[in-house]
Design a protein around this ligand. Structure first.
Ligand code: B12
Length: 217
């Protein structure tokens, strides 16, 4: 299994989508937990790619192919993660999206997958989501919790912007907001008016579970 972890890490580092897919399949076939592969190999791999890019050792094509390799592995792993779905009713609707101007969607999708795996009904709006789309989806799906992801210091301002839109539309009190993503901190999120800050997909599940337990009694 250790060998597969190393292979998956290398696949992301080398931007090798084929190897990433094959390794993820082999990992599942060997009985490995999908989340372990994400946390112990794929995420460290993409973070290392980001570090090398920041240091000028990798260029944008390597960053893009590393992300593609990670996403390819995630496509294999996702069905195995959501298999534990407990089929809970629609009273636990969560909207999720990456804020406007930001196309990073790997972390957001991981959060969405983990929430689904824990029985929440998740409406994933994708990346680069305009505030008005969040508002429309909130009305369409009667969502009780909205999760926002931001990976850029230039786009994280979309978080308070979205909350202000809900305030000016008179619906702020009907919904709670959770935010996360590399540049977002607990302190910043609280100052931005966010109800919950989460630093990982596992954290998001814990917070959502507590939120709905309190709300639904
Ligand atoms: C992969 C990547 C890309 C890929 C994205 C592919 C995709 N489809 O997502 C590509 C190549 C497209 C890309 C583009 C760019 N990128 Co980029 N990218 C990254 C990289 C290397 C990894 C991000 C990632 O996927 N991490 C893995 C996931 C699993 O982790 P995560 O996203 O942090 O998510 C976890 C937690 O944060 C949390 N979380 C995330 N969202 C949420 C939401 C909620 C509600 C909760 C509770 C938790 C939560 O849970 C997740 C799982 O545990 C980061 C470096 C880094 N260390 O983060 C740079 C990084 C984010 N990028 C950066 C930059 C600058 C860019 C570009 C501007 C580059 C350019 N010059 O074009 C563009 C931006 C384009 C745009 N408008 O959005 C900078 C941002 C700097 C800054 N401070 O703003 C970073 C930090 C790199 C760096 N060190 O400089 N990028």
């Amino acid at each position: 299994m250790k060998d597969l972890l190393q292979k998956a890490f290398n696949a992301v580092m080398d931007g090798d989508s084929e190897l990433a897919r094959d390794t993820a399949e082999a990992w599942l076939a060997a009985g490995g937990s999908p989340l372990d592969l994400v946390n112990q190999a794929l995420t460290p791999g993409i973070r290392e790619v980001g570090r090398l890019w920041e240091d000028g050792e990798y260029f944008l094509p390597e960053l893009v192919s590393g992300a593609e390799a990670m996403k390819t592995a995630m496509i294999v792993l996702e069905p195995a993660m959501v298999q534990t779905d407990t089929g809970t009713s629609g009273s636990r609707v969560i909207l999720i999206g990456t804020v406007c101007g930001d196309i990073h969607d790997i972390g957001k999708s991981l959060v969405a997958t983990m929430l689904k795996a824990n029985g929440f009904q998740v409406v994933d709006l994708g990346a680069d989501v305009a505030p008005e789309r969040f508002l429309r989806a909130f009305h369409d799906h009667h969502a009780a919790l909205i999760c926002m992801s931001a990976l850029l210091t230039t786009t994280m301002t979309g978080i308070p912007e979205l909350i202000r839109l809900f305030e000016s539309s008179g619906v702020r009190s009907q919904v709670a907001f959770m935010a996360g993503g590399a540049p977002v901190t607990r302190k910043w999120a609280s100052e931005a008016g966010v109800d919950y800050y989460g630093d990982s997909a596992v954290d998001a599940v814990r917070i959502a579970t507590d939120h709905f337990r309190r709300r639904n009694g």
